[in-house]
Ligand binder design. Structure first.
Ligand SMILES: [Zn+2]
Ligand SMILES: [Zn+2]
Length: 262
């Protein structure tokens, strides 16, 4: 396998492509994490599937042009101001706990207020998540429940902690709460780059745009409805859309997303 590395998608946004396999019943799928620069600060959007921490550290070392030495602690993680999680699914936050430990428990990890309790539990109980579809209820038995135990705090807390004057804003980035796929699912709008980091709102797994699937979305109707609303409200502000599951190399032209979400 070639050396893991972040590749640049817009002025301030870089992407690392990883692979997730839930279990033998499901095929492997690509999943990306994003590195966002804000002047001298850096944020990771999502932390990849379980056991990705070494790949992430190698890619960060390459990005910051630093040597890593396995014998030492992973000081490269000090370059990252916070890990900002889009939602609690294990393909997005599976390595957050390991990265937190490797940072000597100093890494700030944030998620939406409605996800904090799920992330903090080692074995979260998703039975309390209300669902509007039977596919999701069945899937819990097939996929199993992840091991989390991540010390997350809410986005507002972390985004305001860095002196942002406007609520819900972290430097050049704003979070947009778009529930349905999970209760606290968020995506991130980078105003200056005119890009939307969309997480699981819309996927591109087969060179074809799709809404997030019912199998992993407790409230699929809400998710689709709010995705359409968000996409429409952003059509003059965004040029590129970056999904977490994307077989294209450079993200999706937003015109295409607007057309899809009609
Ligand atoms: Zn998801
Ligand atoms: Zn996902």
């Amino acid at each position: 396998m070639s050396q893991p590395e972040f590749h640049q998608l817009s002025n301030n946004v870089h992407r690392l492509d990883l692979v997730y396999k839930a279990n033998f019943l499901f095929p492997s799928i690509p999943v990306s994490i994003y590195l966002v620069q804000d002047n001298s600060r850096y944020y990771l959007i999502d932390a990849g599937p379980p056991n990705s921490e070494k790949l992430i550290i190698q890619a960060l070392a390459k990005f910051f042009d630093k040597e890593i030495n396995d014998e030492k602690n992973f000081s490269i993680l000090k370059e990252i101001d916070a890990i900002i999680l889009t939602h609690y699914h294990v393909d997005h936050c599976g390595s957050a706990r390991a990265l937190y430990e490797l940072s000597d428990q100093s890494m700030h990890i944030s998620c939406h207020q409605d996800e904090v309790d799920f992330l903090a539990e080692v074995h979260p109980n998703f039975d309390n998540v209300k669902s509007d579809n039977w596919v999701f209820k069945m899937s819990k038995k097939l996929i199993g429940q992840p091991t989390l135990g991540i010390p997350g705090i809410s986005h507002s807390e972390i985004m305001n902690a860095y002196g942002a004057s406007e609520e819900k804003k972290c430097g050049k980035m704003k979070f947009c709460h778009c529930p349905g796929h999970t209760p606290g699912h968020c995506c991130f709008y980078h105003e200056e780059d005119r890009v939307l980091i969309g997480s699981d709102l819309i996927m591109n797994l087969k060179n074809k745009l799709e809404f997030s699937p019912s199998i992993s979305s407790p409230n699929i109707k809400e998710s689709i409805e709010l995705t359409k609303k968000l996409v429409n409200s952003m059509k003059d502000k965004v040029e590129k859309f970056f999904p977490s599951h994307d077989v294209s190399e450079h993200g999706i032209d937003f015109d295409q997303v607007v057309k899809f979400a009609q």
